[in-house]
Structures are given as structure tokens and as C-alpha cells.
Design a protein around this ligand. Structure first.
Ligand SMILES: NC(=O)c1ccc[n+]([C@@H]2O[C@H](COP(=O)([O-])OP(=O)(O)OC[C@H]3O[C@@H](n4cnc5c(N)ncnc54)[C@H](O)[C@@H]3O)[C@@H](O)[C@H]2O)c1
Length: 424
């Protein structure tokens, strides 16, 4: 078969630096035929590196979709609020689609895209990259093999990491709900998806609590200016002091986040801190997304889940404990470790097996390249898409329902919740 051709819509951090590099090892089976990106530096860099023909270079997605169809698939990697409209256009034009999460920050748009995809029989793979990691695949296999019997209850913690939270959710793209998504959708739609996927069950009801506790002016150190670079009196001890976080010379995330300028020198990066969002004091910002949230869930198969997302952790780690009828499974994604204990004949006589998973080298422990592998195989017609839009919409609904519960203080029944929005 000829190589499959893909168009990249939005050549930013995710599209250009996390998914596209798949081509470097798999150029014999796929290539990029087009790019749409308004930022000239990113567009030109991508077009040159990925050898895009002149007629395949567009300044905006709108121009790409107005031109004749030249690719088999599209990767939509724009910001949260620009996924839905481009996905709808791609569905109508018959593209197979890799779509960055979230589908949309608007629940009605998520449901509408599912309806449209069903009408056009379109393949849409939402980037639930965790499912493609060896870590989660190993856990799924163990659960399916009944390594701990029947799962009864799960404790799942999303330890965001204090510096990661400050980077993405106080200073970065996802710091305001209105401009992007609520935290439980932006960060935790992965967790909602993983839970439902691992259990092979839909969520029945959800209750949630949480707020923005710390990153506000009430906690600003005395005399702290609006920017770290304006002579902050606590620069030596504040864990969020921007020059300490961003001026190291390494060119990796988040130090090299594109808005600070990939490949630029220290002087230019300092200027970006003096003028741009990443130099702002974390206590004097307009952020409004929560810094801690918990959710209690009941799944249709009777499994209960206690979920916690919290900014205040040292590691960025997802940790899970699965409690089963015949044993327990404890897992840490950051440590790539899964510990399975089968209950023994007496008190604490169980046997423990420790599995260390070798993660993939690419982003999200190999999940970013794993999903590319499946997308290309689906484009080539060699594999079924295992990542259906209806499952993705369900895990998004879990996040929206948790947010409604957090705001109203009431338990949300997923079926009623979905029905209410489907009727609107
Ligand atoms: N799957 C994951 O694990 C994961 C992780 C991080 C972020 N994300 C999601 O990925 C998405 C992209 O995030 P990012 O960090 O790459 O953002 P980014 O801002 O670096 O990239 C988005 C790009 O879209 C471009 N763009 C804007 N308008 C456009 C238009 N009309 N046509 C074409 N391109 C346009 C921007 O110029 C930018 O380069 C977000 O929705 C985010 O929530 C997913």
C-alpha cells in the first residue's frame, strides 16, 4: 500500500513535538502531506523538518479545510476550544481523525460530535494516550486475568506536582476555565477514561468536592510584586520563582515550552519571563481552576472509586490501589511499578509479585507514540480502532458530571445527566 498521508492541524507543543516525531522511525509507512499553523516560526519549522510540499502549507485550519482533500487523516492538535469545529469539518470531509483531548469544553459539543461521527461512520480517536502505555496495558491484562479476583474498590490519585500545576494551571494555557476547560476535564479526563477502560464499565453516579485553595492573593508573600522578575523579596525560598524554574539551559518541557521559545538563549528566555505569562507571580494571577478536587464514583458493575486530584505533591505521579476479592494491586506510574499481592491462607501471608514495567521513551511513558502507531494502522486499514468516540464521550461526561456535582453539592446520576443534555 502507498504511504498514508496525514495533515497536522496546529503544529504546537503536542502536534509538532510529541506526535509528529513518530514519522522519524516510520517514514516508510506514513508521511505528513499538509500543515495548518498560524505561528510562522512553528509552521516553517514543521514544513521544513517534515518535508511538506508548498501546496500543503496553510496558515489556518480554515484554509486547509477549504482546499481539496489531499490526505487520508488529520491530527487536530489546536487548543481545547478549537477542537470541535475542526473535527466536525474533518468528519464531513471523510477524514479519519486523531483528536486531542478534550473533545470540547462544552458538553453539548461532545454529544454533537458523537452524533455526527455516528451519522458519517467516521473514525475519531481521542488522545487518551494513557491507554497506550505498557504500564496501563499491564494493569488491564492483570485485571482481566483476575490476578486479584473481582475488583471491588479503587483508590486513584492524580498527584499533579506543585511545579507542574503552577506551570500549566496557574500560569499556562489551562489556568482559566472559560478560556480552556475545568481542571477535572483538562487534566483528569485521562483518569476518568482510564478508570472506565480498565473496569470495562460505565460510571453510574458521581459526587465531587474541591476548590482553589492556595494560588490566590490571600497567600501572596508580603511585598511580592506581580512578576517574579520585579525584585521579589522571597525569590530565594519561593518554590514557584520563575527564573529558577525556567532559566535552566535544558531544552525540554517545561523549560523549553514553545511560548518561551525553543532553541533560544538565556537572554531571550529571561525577556519572555519579564513580559509573558510564565514570569507572573503564582499568587497574583487571574487563574480560577481548582487546585484540589476529589470525586467518589459508583460504576455500573458495582465497583466504587475514590479519586483525588491534587496540586500539592512533589512527584507528578498517578498512583492506584485496586482492592479485589482475592488480592490487591498497587501501582505507581512514575516509578513504573506494579505490585500484585494475592491473599494467603493466614493473616498477611499473601504472596507479592513486583512488576517493573519498561516505559516507552516518548512522551507519556510511550503513550504518545503508542496512539500514533494505532492511528497509522487504522489509516492503513490494518487494525480496528479500539478507542471509540462513544467511550471517550462517556469519560468526558464523567468529568462534566463531577464538575456539576462540585458546583451544586449534589450527587449526579450519569444516565439522567446525559439524557438531560441530549434533550437540549
Ligand atoms: N493528550 C494529552 O495528554 C495532552 C497533553 C497536553 C495537552 N493536550 C491538549 O493538546 C492540545 C494542544 O496543546 P498544546 O500544548 O500543543 O498547545 P499549543 O498552544 O502549543 O498548540 C496549539 C497550536 O494550535 C495553533 N492554532 C491556533 N489556531 C489555529 C488555527 N485556526 N488553525 C491551525 N492551528 C491553529 C496554535 O498557533 C498553536 O501552535 C490542547 O487542547 C491540550 O488540552 C493533551
Amino acid at each position: 500500500m502507498e504511504k498514508v498521508k496525514i495533515a497536522l492541524i496546529g503544529a504546537g507543543e503536542r502536534g509538532q513535538f510529541n506526535y509528529a516525531p513518530y514519522w522519524k522511525l516510520h517514514g516508510h509507512e506514513m508521511c505528513f502531506g499538509a500543515v495548518a499553523e498560524p505561528d510562522r516560526e512553528r509552521r516553517e519549522r514543521f514544513a521544513e523538518e517534515y518535508k511538506i510540499p508548498q501546496e500543503g502549507i496553510f496558515e489556518r485550519a480554515e484554509d486547509f479545510f477549504a482546499a481539496p482533500k489531499v490526505c487520508h487523516g488529520v491530527m487536530i492538535c489546536t487548543q481545547d476550544t478549537r477542537h470541535f469545529e475542526f473535527a466536525c469539518r474533518a468528519v464531513r470531509q471523510g477524514y479519519k481523525i486523531l483528536l486531542e483531548k478534550p473533545i470540547s469544553p462544552d458538553i453539548r459539543e461532545c454529544l454533537e460530535l458523537q452524533r455526527l461521527a455516528e451519522e458519517y461512520k467516521a473514525e475519531i480517536m481521542v488522545c487518551h494516550v494513557m491507554r497506550y502505555t505498557k504500564f496501563y496495558r499491564t494493569i488491564k491484562k492483570l485485571l482481566e486475568e483476575k490476578a486479584i479476583g473481582e475488583v471491588v474498590s479503587i483508590v486513584h490519585t492524580e498527584n499533579v506536582g506543585y511545579w507542574h500545576y503552577a506551570h500549566s494551571y496557574v500560569r499556562g494555557n489551562w489556568h482559566r476555565r472559560e478560556d480552556s476547560s475545568p481542571m477535572i476535564l483538562a487534566k483528569c479526563c485521562h483518569d476518568m477514561d482510564i478508570l472506565s477502560w480498565l473496569l470495562g464499565s460505565r460510571c453510574r453516579s458521581i459526587s465531587s468536592w474541591g476548590d482553589l485553595r492556595y494560588f490566590n492573593s490571600a497567600h501572596a508573600p508580603a511585598g511580592s510584586p506581580k512578576r517574579c522578575t520585579d525584585g521579589c523579596p522571597v525569590s530565594g525560598e519561593c518554590p514557584y520563582y520563575a527564573p529558577a524554574l525556567y532559566l535552566d539551559d535544558e531544552e525540554k518541557w517545561p523549560t523549553a515550552i514553545t511560548s518561551l521559545g525553543v532553541g533560544r538563549g538565556r537572554a531571550e528566555r529571561l525577556k519572555a519571563l519579564e513580559e509573558g505569562p510564565y514570569g507572573k507571580c503564582v499568587f497574583h494571577n487571574d487563574n480560577d481552576v481548582v487546585d484540589h478536587q476529589v470525586a467518589a464514583m459508583l460504576f455500573e458493575n458495582g465497583v466504587t472509586v475514590a479519586f483525588t486530584m491534587c496540586a500539592f505533591s512533589n512527584d507528578c505521579d498517578r498512583t492506584m490501589t485496586f482492592m479485589g476479592t482475592e488480592g490487591e494491586l498497587r501501582a505507581s506510574m512514575d516509578r513504573n511499578q506494579i505490585q500484585v499481592t494475592r491473599f494467603g491462607a493466614g493473616i498477611k501471608t499473601g504472596n507479592t509479585q513486583v512488576i517493573t514495567v519498561v516505559p516507552g521513551s516518548a512522551g507519556h511513558s510511550g503513550g504518545d507514540q503508542g496512539i500514533m502507531e494505532e492511528f497509522v494502522a487504522v489509516l492503513k486499514g490494518e487494525r480496528e480502532n479500539t478507542n471509540s468516540i462513544s467511550q471517550s464521550v462517556h469519560s468526558h461526561l464523567m468529568a462534566f458530571a463531577a464538575e456539576e456535582s462540585r458546583i451544586t453539592g449534589k450527587t449526579v446520576l450519569l444516565e439522567e445527566f446525559e439524557e438531560r443534555y441530549r434533550r437540549q
